[in-house]
Design a protein around this ligand. Structure first.
Ligand SMILES: [Zn+2]
Length: 129
């Protein structure tokens, strides 16, 4: 093999490794009984909702130019409608595992399943005491 072939092979291996890591991260981990659906808007927590309670959350006011509607149904979280220009969040398939997320870049909305949603709150309390 020529030296360039080795470089090419190494590149393919690195790319395959990165895809594997990405898939593992995106695969998420099993949810717990207390898993929370955490919604952040522009880096600020908008609200957190129990994953095991069916719910529909609409972010944004009718007067605003933007809105996102998130549905929690049978422990699946889906972005059902949004009026963002790219519609990537709506096309993202429903998330069901911890650490998976749906991102709406134009509206800076992140929907994430967090196993430790409740734990983190109590940890903050401990620090502030
Ligand atoms: Zn969007």
């Amino acid at each position: 093999m020529k030296p360039m072939d080795y470089v090419l092979m190494a590149g393919i291996l690195v790319a395959a490794g990165l895809i594997l890591i990405y898939n593992l991260v995106n695969f998420g981990s099993p949810v717990t009984e207390t898993a929370q659906v955490v919604i952040t808007v522009d880096g600020v927590v908008y609200g957190s909702y129990p994953l095991n309670e069916d719910n529909t959350i609409t972010i944004g006011q009718p007067s605003d130019d933007q809105h996102n509607t998130i549905q929690i149904l049978n422990q699946r979280v889906d972005m059902v409608t949004a009026d963002c220009r790219d519609q990537v969040c709506v096309k993202t398939r429903a998330i069901t595992k911890a650490n998976q997320s749906i991102v709406c870049l134009p509206h800076r909305v992140v929907v994430e399943i967090d196993n430790n949603g409740l734990l983190e709150e109590s940890e903050v309390d401990d620090i502030s005491r």
